[in-house]
Design a protein around this ligand. Sequence first.
Ligand code: PMP
Length: 380
Amino acid sequence: MMYLDNSATTKPYPEVLQVYQQVSERYFGNPSSLHQLGIDASRLLNETRKQMLHYTGLKQYEIIFTSGATEANNIAIKGAALAKMNRGKHIVTTEIEHPSVIESFEQLKALFGFDITYIQVNEHGHADMTHLKEVLRPDTVLVSMMHVNNETGAIQPIEEAAGIIREHAENALFHVDGVQGMCKVALNKQLDVDLLTMSGHKIHGLKGTGALFLKKDVTLAPFITGGEQELGLRSGTENPAGAVSLAKAMKQSFEQLDKYHNEMLNLKTQLQKQLGEIEGIVMNTPRAQSAPHIVNFSVPGIQIEVLLHMLEKEGIYVSTTSACSAKKKEPSRVLLAMGKPEEVAKSSMRISLTYGQGPELTPQIITSIAQSVKKLKGMR
Ligand code: PMP
């Protein structure tokens, strides 16, 4: 099997499963309990937070454990906007965000009357920083921009955005959806971001684990209320085994990235070059400023699911668009935002890699795709 759908989800490391079981058995106490079992579980959680701050180098942050990035994005975006709404109701994001970001924004608009501006992207899928500068206002209270786009792999100019936001929107908090960049694309440790979100199952951790990194001086309005766990921002009994498994996945993924970054990048570069040369294929992933693990291309004129299943028969697992949108069968919103024709946006395929997959896989992938496309296009 050649699993090339690592942006949809990854296989957990065996050590992650092991540590989840060990912690579940040994630290089963409720971290809020006053007896020793509770104290031990609570200490373990706090140790785990420290470890994750150490691995990422984000020392000036707090960590809120969540069930994944969808929940972390909701807590960050709604919490920030609602905490700041006395300063203004203008919120800004890009046209190419994940639905958990866009839908949070749209809900703020529908329920509370926030005014949303969507930043355009250029033909390569990078957010337009001139547009960002133009739209920021004194009443802008939140800007949200992803680090790496989940469909195309385009790396967004988050450092430049942070500078622009600090200069032109003094009341705005800056949120970065870090899901697809975490442990794949280096994050500047000095990056001036208020809120950063991540997901465990994209880095060989477990589904149902994730985190929000919250800068120490930032206040959010809580909307998951109850027992006030996780700084009062995510009530509900904590999941120490999930948290420890997340830290384990993160540690191992950073180590794997050090070891395999170049190999993964070589495979991606080879695939991008050789796929782009196949007749009938249009490349969507940009050449510059793109992550080492995502290649997105389209085959206009064919039903892309058919190609997906032909590849599956050969043991090659890929995605059409992103996993969340795949079942909707709508043209890719991201590709449309890049100005691609509907035929291209309807027929995209994503290959997403992980550590240890190197350029030696190129010939098999290219041959399988080239032959299948030829068949589907009726070419000889
Ligand atoms: N943001 C991005 C960019 C993603 O790719 C995903 C996962 N598809 C999410 C958020 C949501 O993550 P989760 O599956 O952990 O809710």
